[in-house]
Design a protein around this ligand. Structure first.
Ligand SMILES: *Cc1c(COP(=O)(O)O)cnc(C)c1O
Length: 393
């Protein structure tokens, strides 16, 4: 294992101890030969999504050791989430993707048992989903999983012309990189006027969690969120909220119901309860609190790099919907003889590994995110980066 530096050699002893397994506990990952990594890059799926708050872990442990019946749990948690969000009804899904599959299936079959069993064969049912051409995206695959066909629109005239007997649902994505040809309000007006259910994918519009309440208030018949991203719930959970009848049909399409298209999109009791507690806890945390937490992590790192010659750190808020806070680390290449790519590589070879965001294609930048960073991990990250930069000064 070349390039491995013993943990003791990088300073900040107490913080490191906090991140390690409890004394006497098993280090399962070490037993498997896996290298630990600190996520300073953000809530990327490939990196395991968000960091669950301790309240969520407690709830999941509770659900793992106390048994209740699944349907009763689904009823109770759904009702609680709906009341917190100001929605008619709600369910926990196995992610925003599953929310889209189940919501679309619900809109196509509207509770008809025969049709439910027939999916993804949509013979004899409404199977068209209206989508703005600008809203075509990676996840629209989940709209067609249950058998629907996508009908692209670019104008309000298109909507009037193309909504018909075969239209099962009108789909909206927010936010989009390319904007909207038809704004949400106009879209909703059409849906109501034409009597077609509307669905909004708002998967990434949190934090803060209160954005779910705001999203529900916009009036889509169904709206979904990813649970493992900004809501900091279990990695494999999500939310579907909206009209009572449509949520009932969507639930019918998923586990524990057999003969349903979503039978494989199971949500455990741990995830169901964890998702509720993630939402509850998130609603108590303001965006300002969240920013302060991240700034504290960045201040620790900046302070540790302050006396490294030629190095400048600066926190900034990214453009766009997520309002993410990042820390930019830059240095004078005459003083520190190391490229950004080489720092990233050194961080990857380190034990523990540190993953950061790199933008080599647009200006050669290294950015850190504290979204998935635990208290104490800032000190570890700071000391590792400090050590590598000093070694090249
Ligand atoms: C990530 C994402 C999804 C999928 O979310 P999962 O919870 O991982 O299924 C869907 N839509 C958008 C816009 C996303 O960013």
């Amino acid at each position: 294992m070349a390039g491995v530096i013993p943990l003791g050699a990088i300073g900040g002893g107490s913080a490191i101890a906090d991140g390690m397994p409890a004394p006497g506990g098993r280090d399962y990952f070490k037993e498997l030969g896996l290298k630990r990594f600190i996520n300073a890059a953000g809530a990327y799926s490939a990196f395991g999504g968000a960091r669950m708050r301790p309240e969520v872990v407690d709830a999941m442990r509770f659900a793992a050791t106390h048994k209740v019946k699944m349907r009763e749990l689904h009823d109770a948690v759904g009702a609680r989430i709906a009341s917190l969000a100001g929605s008619e009804s709600a369910m926990v899904t196995s992610g925003a993707t599953a929310s889209i599959v189940l919501g679309t299936a619900a809109c196509m079959t509207l509770g008809d048992e025969e049709k439910m069993r027939q999916l993804p064969d949509t013979t004899g049912m409404k199977n068209e989903v209206i989508i703005q051409k600008k809203h075509r995206y990676t996840y629209d695959r989940s709209l067609t999983v249950a058998g629907a066909k996508l009908i692209e629109v670019e104008s309000e005239q298109d909507v009037r012309r193309l909504v018909g007997d075969r239209t099962a649902m009108i789909f909206f994505l927010k936010p989009t990189q390319k904007g909207d040809d038809i704004p949400a309000e106009a879209y909703l007006r059409f849906a109501r006027e034409l009597g077609v259910p509307s669905f909004c994918d708002a998967a990434t519009t949190t934090p803060p969690a209160v954005n779910v309440v705001q999203g529900v208030g916009e009036g889509f018949d169904l709206i979904c969120y990813s649970g493992g991203k900004g809501l900091r719930g279990p990695y494999s959970a999500g939310l579907l909220l909206g009209r009572e009848d449509l949520i009932r049909y969507a639930r019918r399409h998923s586990a524990p119901n057999d003969l349903s298209i979503g039978r494989g999109m199971k949500v455990s009791a741990e995830e169901y309860l964890g998702m509720l507690v993630a939402f509850e806890t998130g609603l108590r945390i303001t965006e300002a609190d969240d920013f302060a937490y991240k700034l504290n992590r960045f201040n620790t790192i900046s302070d540790m790099l302050a006396d490294v010659p030629g190095v400048v750190t600066q926190s900034f808020v990214s453009e766009g919907h997520a309002n993410e806070l990042y820390l930019d680390i830059d240095w004078d290449s005459d003083v520190v003889n190391l490229s950004k790519a080489a720092l990233m590589q050194a961080l990857r070879e380190h034990d523990p590994v540190v993953e950061v965001r790199a933008f080599f294609f647009s200006g050669d930048r290294i950015h850190l995110s504290a979204t998935v960073m635990d208290e104490g991990e800032d000190e570890i990250v700071g000391s590792i980066i400090r050590k590598i930069l000093l070694a090249h000064s």
